[in-house]
Design a protein around this ligand. Structure first.
Ligand code: HPA
Length: 248
């Protein structure tokens, strides 16, 4: 099957609005089940595959997502270009709620996740180059598409990835800021590294849901507020990806 673009939806994005003639695929993978069915269909005349990272009813927490199965399933269906949508907290002052960011770097703070397809006895050990964790041309295409849609988007930023599912302490965010992180999420890794192992083009469109702990004025981060901001930011995803597809 040829797929022009695969989309991994994060928190707040469980189905892809506007996907025509949807077909569901329960893909068998050597790593067990993916987070759910991959839904393929037509969007703006192109073939799109969509997978909800946390499941369609948001039942899979970040540390239990079967990242290997998800990437494998998309690859198996013919995807070669993947845009990951990630809800994040903003650390930098200019990354308040609803900001769109296309990060260019990652710092991985996760643990205990399967980080490689080669993590099985007897498999060849492969050390992928990960100096640039995202595909530059795909990043540039997302930024250009957002701007062509008249949307403000921040080009670049360091995506810190924590274990979750809890949010971070103020001290953890202060440390991440010292480390150089600009935004924080829970699902960016090992997804990006696994995509690289499969030689997929891969980039992230991060939607800021809240200021991370201690980075804004809020005493406490409200989950209701997070989801309200996410709903607003998520509405921009189909127009951006539609434009991306139209651009080729
Ligand atoms: N921290 C980590 N992940 C997140 C946050 C946060 O503050 N907001 C949305 N995803």
């Amino acid at each position: 099957m040829s797929i022009d673009l695969a989309v991994i939806g994060g928190s707040g994005l469980y189905a892809f609005d506007g996907l025509e003639n949807p077909e569901r695929h329960a893909v068998d993978t050597p790593f067990g089940p993916a987070s759910g069915d991959v839904v393929t269909g037509t969007f703006r005349g192109k073939r799109l595959a969509f997978l909800a990272r946390h499941g369609e009813s948001h039942t899979v927490p970040p540390h239990r997502v079967n990242y290997r199965a998800n990437l494998w399933a998309l690859h198996e269906l013919g995807a070669r270009r993947v845009v990951a949508i990630n809800a994040v907290g903003g650390i930098r002052d200019d990354m308040g709620p609803r900001t769109l960011v296309v990060p260019d770097q990652i710092i991985d703070y996760t643990h205990g996740r399967y980080t490689s397809f080669n993590d099985v006895d007897g498999a060849e050990v492969r050390h992928i180059d990960f100096s640039e964790p995202y595909t530059a041309s795909l990043r540039a295409a997302i930024v250009a598409a957002a701007r062509a849609e008249g949307l403000a988007v921040i080009d670049g930023g360091v995506h810190g990835v924590t274990q979750g599912p809890r949010l971070e302490t103020r001290a953890e965010i202060a440390r991440m800021k010292r480390d150089g992180c600009d935004l924080v999420g829970m699902t960016g890794m090992p997804e990006a590294a696994l995509a690289r192992e499969l030689d997929l083009e891969f980039a992230c469109l991060a939607l800021v849901a809240n200021f991370a702990a201690g980075a804004g004025d809020d005493e406490e981060i409200s989950i209701e507020e997070i989801f309200a901001h996410l709903a607003a930011a998520t509405a921009n995803v189909p127009p951006i990806l539609g434009r991306l597809l139209a651009q080729g």
